[in-house]
Design a protein around this ligand. Structure first.
Ligand code: UD1
Length: 414
């Protein structure tokens, strides 16, 4: 669907503004199903995942309007989605479950699409809905849920981001108090809680492992601006650490990016923080050890971009992926470019510092695709990243233009 051509060039210079966070915006779009009031987001990123989810909430009765950079969502009469098509486009489609169940007393979802980075089951989402009183049946490829929700206590076996969001949304209209134990602590969870609170929800503990939601009778409309994208900002930090240079990321929130920033500093990159963003200077010079973890640990979404930094850094780096079981799909492509990487189960050992060679590579998933573009920034010759499924545009708004504005030689082939 898109091919990106990358050539090595001068160090990155200049400044870029970070877009609103994909992973914050997506649950907020589905939260609009919880009320008949209008939810307005003043600045919405232009992403294929946003378009896919807008199509899906539209099928659920939401009136979606774009006005300049912003969007307004209003669901006067919610309905169940009729087709499975829109649900297969993005993983976040499962987030209609909690809001529809809470508002309508019934919901229907299919196994969601998105990146094939692991099995990505939805058992924890369903466990949460069951604890709130939903009956769940599998029928003709759909999971159907129904019931009048009441508060409950839920322990999540894993601090799943999506399950925490879904349960928090459902619980906000349930009768009584819900407690989610081992809840996810990601900044996007806090952001969703703030958006729901602006809509009249009563939520405490967002950002900690115990989240308490006191159900209310109804929610109302609100104006809410989601946080800047820590993963887009982090990917650009990695780009600077690969290509060298001096870039300013306006809007980046260093407090959401501690794990990455510590690792980049340990590797020799210079980071300076400002109230309105952060600056990254110089190439990474030393190898690293990276273990992906739930927030505030190192984000799995930045494992692939950071591995490209390791490929460009002399010495032996070790990466351990603990969140998803199939998140090393960029490694065969990096190997085609001359990288020296050995994989044993969920551990990758990188012998860095050998020059990469430009090559024609595929785009196995969203973050891998971005990482392969970064690999092209220092590879000898031309790198072509063939993104047959349009993964990169799902999660990065005009990534080629952002990098070009910093002086990188990246272009989208017509
Ligand atoms: C979200 C992010 C994604 C990020 C991931 C982990 C969005 C739209 N996407 O995805 O970019 O990589 O968090 O930070 O916000 N799991 C189960 N059962 C469940 C749910 C999850 O076993 O019911 C497992 C998953 O397979 C995975 C782990 O839990 O191994 C974490 O998944 P989860 O936190 O739910 O990720 P997502 O919400 O899908």
């Amino acid at each position: 669907m898109a091919t990106f051509e990358v050539e090595s060039g001068a160090p990155l210079m200049g400044e870029a503004t970070v877009h609103p966070a994909k992973n914050a915006v997506l649950p907020i779009i589905t939260a609009s199903l919880l009320t008949d009031g209008a939810l307005h987001v003043p600045d919405m990123p232009e992403l294929a995942d946003v378009r896919a989810l807008c199509e899906l909430v539209g099928e659920c009765g939401c009136d979606v309007r774009r006005e300049g950079d912003g969007m307004t969502f209003q669901t006067r009469t919610p309905t169940l989605p009729s087709s499975a098509h829109a649900m297969r486009c993005t993983r976040a489609s499962v987030l209609i479950m909690g809001p529809l169940l809470a508002r309508l007393g019934s919901a229907r979802v299919t196994m969601p699409g998105g990146c094939a980075i692991g099995q990505r089951p939805i058992d924890l989402h369903l466990k949460g809905m069951a604890a709130l009183g939903a009956e769940i049946v599998n029928r003709q490829g759909f999971v159907e849920l129904r019931g009048t929700l009441r508060g409950g206590v839920i322990y999540l076996d894993l601090p799943s981001v999506g399950a925490t969001e879904n349960i928090m949304m459902a619980a906000s209209l349930a009768d009584g108090v819900t407690r989610i134990e081992n809840a996810a602590k990601e900044p996007e969870i806090v952001d969703l809680a703030q958006c729901l609170s602006a809509m009249g929800a009563q939520i405490q503990g967002a950002g900690t492992g115990t989240l308490v939601v006191r159900g209310v009778k109804r929610l109302h409309g609100a104006v809410y601006q989601p946080i800047p994208d820590r993963i887009e900002a982090g990917t650009l930090c990695c780009a600077a650490a690969v290509a060298g240079g001096n870039i300013l990321l306006r809007g980046a929130r260093p407090e959401h990016m501690r794990a990455l920033l510590f690792k980049l500093q340990e590797a020799g990159t210079v980071i300076s923080e400002f109230p309105g963003g952060l600056r990254v200077r110089g190439k990474a010079q030393w190898p690293m050890e990276v273990r992906t973890m739930s927030y505030p640990g190192f984000p799995t979404d930045l494992q692939a971009p950071m591995m490209v930094v390791a490929c460009n850094t002399p010495g032996t780096s070790v990466f351990l992926e603990t969140i998803f079981e199939n998140r090393f799909m960029h490694i065969p492509e990096l190997t085609r470019m001359g990288a020296s990487i050995r994989v044993e189960d969920r551990v990758a050992v990188i012998e860095g510092g050998y020059p990469l060679q430009g090559a024609q590579v595929g785009c196995p998933d969203l973050r891998s695709g971005a990482a392969l573009i970064l690999a092209g920034l220092t590879a000898e010759g031309v790198t072509r990243v063939e993104d047959a499924q349009g993964h990169i545009d799902r999660g990065y708004e005009r990534f080629d233009q952002t990098l070009s504005s910093l002086g990188a030689r990246v272009r989208r082939l017509p």
